[in-house]
Design a protein around this ligand. Structure first.
Ligand code: MN
Ligand code: MN
Length: 303
């Protein structure tokens, strides 16, 4: 294992950090969610990424993750609440994955503080030989200190080239038996804090998908065409239904995607809602495990 982060990993992180710094200025009441998603995705490419690692997520209040705008989304940011912006770039397959929470009117500072502190504490703890569950315990303890609970049904994850959720998971609560962080590994660490019970339920809708590249099921021509284009453009990385809507009419694309999902050629990622509809905050950084500890690739200038 390399003991130094790959330059493309660092670049993917720097690009995501720069985009995030720009984007948070637009995250305010009355702004369209679609505008935030599109601006973020455009900037990722403008700033020199090979591609977008996954659709920009803009998840509000009890939505913990996985909301990205469907095509022609009219949704606007509310006057008050917690907005999680989660985005990432790739450079030759090396991934970044980073998230911040914006408190739209300053009512929920405690939530922002709790998740941010937990991420910082996790980063300070991670080094080779530390167990993933120990980091979960640090996250849990830090969030509880603010009188909130971690969303224990969500976790951080290892990053590998072209694979966003690879290998080991970084829990947001303590775990009895867990593997160790090893030199040379890349991870996305993402504590979530809530006033709910920390569980997650799936909403009825998905706007984010990924391909099962091995699936060989035959479908009608329209579905096969969408499958082939999605495989060719996105490979192993997640994509938004919105990204394919220029291909044909909205109804056709959605039908094709539904058919592909039914036979397992694509997997949908439903919007994830906190179990008790609690408010949710999240912060996330991508890190490399170096001999001396974490090297954070997605650190922003203001941090
Ligand atoms: Mn993320
Ligand atoms: Mn992540």
């Amino acid at each position: 294992m390399s003991t130094k982060p790959h330059p493309d990993f660092l670049l993917a992180g720097r690009i995501a950090a720069r985009v995030m710094s720009d984007i948070v200025k637009d995250v305010r009441p009355g702004i369209k969610v679609l505008r935030v998603c599109m601006l973020a995705e455009k900037k990722i490419l403008e700033y020199g990424a090979s591609g977008i690692a996954f659709p920009c997520n803009v998840s509000i209040n009890e939505e913990a993750a996985h909301y990205t705008s469907p095509p022609a989304d009219k949704r606007v940011l509310p006057d008050k609440g917690l907005v999680k912006v989660d985005l990432g770039a790739h450079v030759n397959g090396y991934l970044s994955d980073t998230a911040v929470t914006v408190d739209l009117d300053g009512s929920y500072e405690k939530y922002v503080f709790a998740a941010k502190e937990a991420l910082n504490a996790a980063i300070d703890t991670i080094r080779p030989g530390v167990r993933l569950g120990e980091v979960g315990a640090v996250i849990e303890r830090t969030i509880k200190r603010s009188g909130l609970r971690p969303v224990h049904q969500l976790s951080g994850h290892q990053l590998k080239p072209w694979i966003l959720h690879a290998g080991k998971s970084v829990p947001n609560i303590s775990a009895a038996k867990s593997p160790e962080f090893l030199v040379g590994e890349m991870y996305a660490v993402e504590p979530f804090a809530t006033n709910g019970n920390g569980t997650i339920r799936h909403s009825m809708v998905s706007y984010i998908y990924s391909n099962d590249l091995k699936n060989k099921k035959k479908l009608d021509r329209s579905a096969m065409q969408v499958r082939n284009i999605a495989r060719q453009r996105f490979g192993t990385l997640p994509w938004a239904s919105r990204w394919l809507h220029h291909l044909k009419g909205t109804a056709d694309i959605d039908t094709a995607i539904k058919n592909l999902e039914r036979v397992g050629a694509v997997r949908g990622y439903p919007v994830l809602i906190e179990g008790k509809n609690g408010l949710v905050s999240q912060f996330e950084h991508s890190i490399f495990v170096g001999h001396e500890g974490c090297i954070v690739s997605t650190r922003r200038n203001v941090e």
